[in-house]
Design a protein around this ligand. Structure first.
Ligand SMILES: Nc1ncnc2c1ncn2[C@@H]1O[C@H](COP(=O)(O)OP(=O)(O)OP(=O)(O)O)[C@@H](O)[C@H]1O
Ligand SMILES: Cc1ncc(CO)c(N)n1
Ligand SMILES: [Mg+2]
Length: 511
């Protein structure tokens, strides 16, 4: 065992994080270059270090300026990274001078890596020159023979082949074969710019077989940086250990998915906008749905729907939610144990619109997938559902997570796992849950005292006993959660209103 930074991990027990080093130019608009590489690697879950070869002043209109990084400073960056970090794959983008290409090749001979992905960037889609023809011979003589794959677009393939005309998929095949003769193990000729093609067609050639990779062409303005992102994603998959053909297929599918997700993004006034690698950006109207972070006072009157009760009373889940909100419910949880997933998603989306219109948060019971798919405000999980810590990594920091707890130990775990509140019960016996152990008012009080989180009481609570529950006088008991007392009744709105009045008269209502 070796002492390392205070820990006693031996070297072979350190897990290896796949690592791509990108050697490329900065794009100030952040759609392409280093910035695209970082985002693509993050999206593909691979660590990415960066050696910057040039700064470009660039936006969605074009490239307004270029300033090369001095060759010896590129060398210094390369050495800093490669001498310390375990890089699996080097990916190159903009290499603006012969000196920089030579420096890179020399350093790679000194610090060999598992694979080299070369995106022979020369001209941006806007038509601006990023690496002039003077570098062609160094590319051909030194860099290409070291590459595991090169990924030229049509113009770049043509430039590397002395101006050969490339207009059809057959031309792309010929180009791939000729480029392969120059030494790289694989050649991917990208057809993003192929005229009149309803598909995005790329040709991969490994010296033995041709693979025609097709995906539907996404109709979008936001395709700036597709080339850089594709090459980085290939590097990321190779760094994980995938063979080249799988890596290219996954990378292409990734670019396609991100382009499709990003169709509506509106950044910049030029002809080619950036896309969203992380599939996370939202439009302003979507982002405004629910501005407030979780407020524990929302737990005041917590209505939990029940599909069987709705069926018994012949009401839709949407009508049930509407009536509860009209009666004064302050938060809604959809608990649909029997619904088909597709129906559940549709109803959840409709309920979400209603809840947001009234500023009421909507949580989904148990089904983290449904919560993510319809962008609900959060989830409520039980002790045998997905652990709150896992739900938190899936849902992100801003969503609400509640956990059912009966004991102080469970309440402590919910806190450690990053939950926002706990639901404690059953306080009283209930027929909503079979074989449910009742904790009683004493159990509720014990959990409240032990919990660092706000608590909502649940189980057999209604108009007749809500006051007694609130009178246990725990400052973190913020409200009551109810199912039958609202939804197993003729008029949901009336029952909710009655309960609301009782709660207002209790000590939390008055504080
Ligand atoms: N509209 C589109 N829909 C789907 N896939 C696309 C689209 N445009 C490009 N692609 C794919 O994206 C990848 C990059 O191809 P492209 O030919 O655009 O590279 P490039 O010109 O080097 O990119 P850049 O715009 O960064 O310079 C390829 O796999 C290509 O098939
Ligand atoms: C910095 C940089 N690298 C690569 C490209 C090619 O998309 C670009 N436009 N800018
Ligand atoms: Mg292009």
């Amino acid at each position: 065992m070796q002492e390392k930074g205070g820990s006693t991990l031996s070297d072979d027990s350190r897990t290896k994080t796949p690592h791509v080093l990108t050697v490329a130019g900065s794009d100030s608009g952040a759609g392409a270059g280093i910035q695209a590489d970082l985002k693509a690697c993050a999206a593909r879950r691979v660590y990415c270090s960066t050696v910057i070869t040039a700064l470009t002043a660039q936006n969605t209109v074009g490239v307004q300026g270029v300033s090369n990084v001095p060759e010896d400073f590129v060398a210094q960056q390369l050495k800093s990274v490669l001498s310390d970090m375990q890089v699996d794959v080097v990916k190159t983008g903009m290499l603006p001078s012969v000196g920089i290409v030579k420096t890179l090749c020399k350093t790679l001979r000194e610090f060999p890596v598992h694979a080299l992905v070369v995106d022979p960037v020369m001209v941006s889609t806007s038509g601006d020159v990023l690496a002039g023809p003077s570098i062609l011979s160094t590319f051909l003589e030194e860099l290409l023979p070291m590459a595991d794959i090169i990924t030229p677009n049509l113009k770049e393939a043509s430039a590397l082949l002395n101006g050969m005309q490339l207009e059809t998929v057959d031309d792309m095949r010929s180009a791939a074969r000729l480029l392969h003769n120059m030494g790289p193990k694989n050649v991917l000729v990208k057809g993003g710019d192929l005229p009149d093609s309803s598909d995005a067609v790329d040709i991969l050639y490994n010296g033995h077989n041709f693979y025609e990779l097709r995906s539907p062409r996404i109709r979008t303005r936001n395709s700036h940086g597709t080339g850089c992102s594709l090459a980085s994603s290939i590097a990321a998959e190779v760094a994980k250990g995938y063979p080249m053909l799988s890596a290219v297929k996954v990378a292409k599918r990734f670019v396609e998915t991100a382009l499709d997700y990003s169709k509506e993004i509106d950044i910049g006034n030029g002809p080619q906008g950036p896309f969203d690698h992380l599939l996370r950006l939202k439009s302003h109207s979507q982002a405004c749905h629910r501005q407030q972070p979780f407020d524990p006072s929302d737990l005041f009157l917590y209505a939990v729907t029940d599909s069987r009760m709705n069926k018994r009373w012949g009401r839709s889940i949407i009508d049930a939610v509407k009536a509860a909100i009209d009666g004064g419910a302050t938060i809604i949880q959809l608990r649909e144990k029997d619904a088909e997933t597709k129906d559940f998603m549709e109803s959840a989306k409709a309920c979400l619109r209603i809840c947001h219109l009234h500023g009421v948060p909507l949580l989904i019971n148990d089904r983290v997938d449904v919560a993510i798919a319809c962008d609900a405000d959060g989830v409520h999980v039980g002790q045998s559902d997905m652990p709150a810590r896992v739900a938190r990594t899936l849902l992100g920091p801003e969503k609400i997570i509640g956990v059912s707890c009966k004991t102080p130990e469970q309440a402590e775990q919910a806190w450690v796992d990053g939950a926002d509140y706990i639901g404690c019960g059953g306080v009283y016996p209930t027929n909503t849950k079979e074989n449910n152990i009742t904790v009683g008012l004493n159990g509720l009080k014990t959990v409240c005292m032990a919990s660092k989180l706000p608590v909502v009481a649940i189980g057999g609570i209604g108009v007749s006993n809500a006051r007694a529950v609130m009178e246990i006088c725990a400052s973190n008991l913020k409200g009551v959660a109810v199912v039958s007392a609202l939804f197993d009744r003729e008029c949901v709105q009336t029952e909710t209103r009655k309960l609301h009045e009782v709660l207002l008269g209790s000590n939390i209502g008055s504080t």
